[in-house]
Design a protein around this ligand. Structure first.
Ligand SMILES: [Fe+2]
Length: 376
């Protein structure tokens, strides 16, 4: 993340002196003194394109956590990282030339990565594009132990090791572990235009070890605090009375609202929004081919609605789902599964385009060859 930290301090100085001079907590309880952010710059006159990749799930058939973890057929099917996903990632990045790339978890499959070489190879590949990129963690990232048949098998090297590797070995990655009490990988990235925050990208951990619980209370308060800080820097008031910065959220595990959104199109959380996978007129698209594995709590959703900042929530986890549905004012999207391990219905990535001038955005699926929806 080295490149981006260099511009942070100068940008913060611009913000601090352009926002009515109030940077302490006296007026509204929101203290933005020393508010330092990983910052990306949007060029005026040009749309801003984000590429979401999800559930890449790099495996290494030479690093099985225990005998019999894969069948002989599996081993033949995924002989190496290129076949597994790297070729597809190269293809997508080359075709899209995005401004920013976000990986929404299960980036590697930790139990096949005892020596960490898969994580390193993925990070090195992502950094080689010379495009800012970021990631959140899924349930398979950083797996250190897997229980099979009542026996614990040691496997991956953990999230702290991963964070350390990224910190020391990347130029283009934006990532922070964040407070440990909130999990691994809670941080925000600000997109600025002409020195002002245009969007905040909120990256959150959905807790691989206890996904059903969803975000904890500290995380939800932190999310609110980040939105208030960004809005105070942008508009001068943390109470949001002067304006609220728009935001996207990226995390791995779906919310209950991803399930409820599908009910607009189907009697269950499975079904087609558009049978051919293409956009409908209102911007919705996709299919859910497996039941949504959502977290039950509505607490995060309630805060999203209260703040009225978040315009889109982008998740992964369900490899066979790729719907994007506008639900109660927020676009809820399952990213297209990127990579062939293990089950999937569609292949590719997801394009998020922030329109120049208006700040409106569109979400579109990018289908690669081999997708059930056909070639791009
Ligand atoms: Fe997952």
């Amino acid at each position: 993340m080295k490149k981006f930290l260099l511009i942070v301090l100068s940008l913060m100085l611009v913000f601090m002196f352009s926002c009515s001079g109030k940077n302490n907590s006296a007026d509204d309880g929101i203290d933005v003194t020393g508010y330092e952010r990983m910052t990306l710059e949007k060029q005026s006159g040009k749309d801003y394109k984000i590429l979401q990749l999800t559930d890449i799930q790099i495996i290494d058939v030479k690093q099985l956590p225990y005998e019999g973890r894969l069948t002989a057929g599996d081993i033949a099917k995924w002989p190496d990282r290129d076949t597994c996903a790297f070729n597809l990632i190269r293809e997508l990045v080359s075709a899209e030339s995005p401004d920013f790339i976000v990986l929404t978890g299960d980036n590697v499959y930790g139990q096949f990565d005892g020596d960490g070489s898969n994580f390193k190879a993925l990070v090195d590949l992502m950094d080689s594009f010379d495009i800012p990129w970021s990631f959140v963690n899924g349930n398979h990232d950083g797996e250190t132990v897997v229980n099979y048949g009542g026996v614990d098998y040691e496997c991956g090297k953990g999230m702290k090791w991963q964070a350390e590797y990224v910190e020391q070995n990347t130029e283009n990655c934006l990532y922070e572990l964040g407070a440990e009490t909130m999990g691994s990988g809670n941080f925000t990235v600000n997109l600025t235009e002409n020195g002002k925050i245009a969007y905040t990208f909120v990256m959150m951990d959905t807790h691989g070890c206890d996904m059903a619980a969803g975000m904890n209370a500290e995380q939800i308060d932190w999310y609110e605090s980040e939105i208030r800080k960004a809005s105070k820097v942008r508009y001068g008031k943390g109470d949001l009375s002067a304006g609220v910065v728009p935001s996207f959220m990226f995390f791995h595990h779906p919310m209950r609202q991803h399930y409820l959104a599908m009910l607009k199109y189907s009697n269950t959380d499975r079904g087609f929004v558009s049978a051919d996978g293409k956009l409908l007129n209102n911007g919705d698209y996709g299919a859910n081919m497996e039941s949504v594995a959502y977290f039950q709590s509505n607490a995060l959703w309630e805060r999203i609605q209260e703040l009225n900042s978040t315009k889109g929530v982008f998740v992964g986890h369900n490899h066979c789902n790729n719907t994007s549905i506008m639900y109660e004012g927020v676009r809820l999207t399952f990213g297209n599964k990127t990579g062939t391990y293990d089950s999937w219905y569609q292949q590719g990535g997801t394009r998020i385009t922030i329109k120049d001038g208006t700040g409106d955005f569109t979400v579109e699926p990018i289908y690669s060859s081999g997708s059930k929806y056909g070639n791009r």
